[in-house]
Ligand binder design. Structure first.
Ligand SMILES: [Ca+2]
Length: 240
């Protein structure tokens, strides 16, 4: 009897342990599928992410070309700010607005001959400007201002500027000229000829051994070109 009781207890013990082990394996098998579902969901989410990421990445190159254009739009602002500074600096040119006239030429200015300039009412500032008239065949019309007694400009940057309006491409130019060792150096800017007021600006380093009395601000109307050419607001200054 004792053996029978012990045997049945042992069987009961095995049954219990068998149940526990079954329960344990059931619990594991239940959690396993959900973990697997989680895992399968994860790749699905990741798969969705790249399509979303791609449009963003695709937008980036589209935006990049816009940025330089935006930068160009912004660029004039610092220029204007610098311009405001320049305007407060004293210009080396008197009567740069061409408001004062003596006989038939702007006071303080020289021309390449009589009749190559006339007073114009189409002014950029003030009430008057200078129109450069077409010269005789093969000759340029020239308006110039001598920047004399400016030894302190030697070895420094000089900046000259003028507002100009020209109706023909390649017709009107602004230049700085000086001589160095007997040789004439010229740096110029040419108006695009779109018949709109445009600032022409030339900046150059004046060599220390340049002839200090040779510095000249010049505006040229080139030969054999028809159309209108007007200049106003001439300035020259030692640049920073
Ligand atoms: Ca003027």
């Amino acid at each position: 009897l004792v053996v029978a009781i012990l045997f049945s207890l042992a069987l009961a013990g095995l049954g219990c342990s068998a149940k526990v082990s079954n329960g344990g394996s059931d619990a594991k098998s239940e959690t396993a599928p959900s973990t697997a579902r989680m895992a399968t969901n994860m790749p699905d989410k990741e798969a969705e992410t790249p399509p979303n990421a791609e449009p963003v990445a695709a937008n980036m190159p589209d935006k990049k070309p816009e940025t330089p254009a935006g930068a160009l739009d912004v660029a004039p602002l610092p220029d204007h700010a610098r311009q405001a500074k320049k305007d407060t600096a004293k210009s080396l040119i008197e009567n740069g607005s061409f408001e004062q006239w003596v006989d038939k030429a702007p006071q303080g200015w020289k021309t390449s001959g009589s009749g190559v300039v006339r007073q114009a009412e189409d002014a950029h500032d003030g009430k008057a400007a200078v129109a450069l008239i077409k010269a005789e065949e093969g000759k340029w019309s020239r308006l110039e201002y001598a920047l004399e007694n400016n030894k302190d400009l030697l070895g420094k940057a000089l900046e000259v500027a003028v507002f100009a309006k020209a109706s023909t491409p390649g017709m009107l130019a602004l230049a700085i000229e000086y001589t160095q060792g007997g040789e004439t150096k010229r740096f110029e800017r040419i108006h695009p000829g779109n018949n709109e007021w445009q600032e022409l600006k030339v900046r150059t380093e004046i060599p220390a051994d340049a002839n200090p009395d040779s510095l000249v601000f010049k505006v040229f109307r080139k030969q054999n070109k028809d159309g209108d050419a007007v200049v106003d607001s001439a300035r020259a200054r030692a640049a920073d």
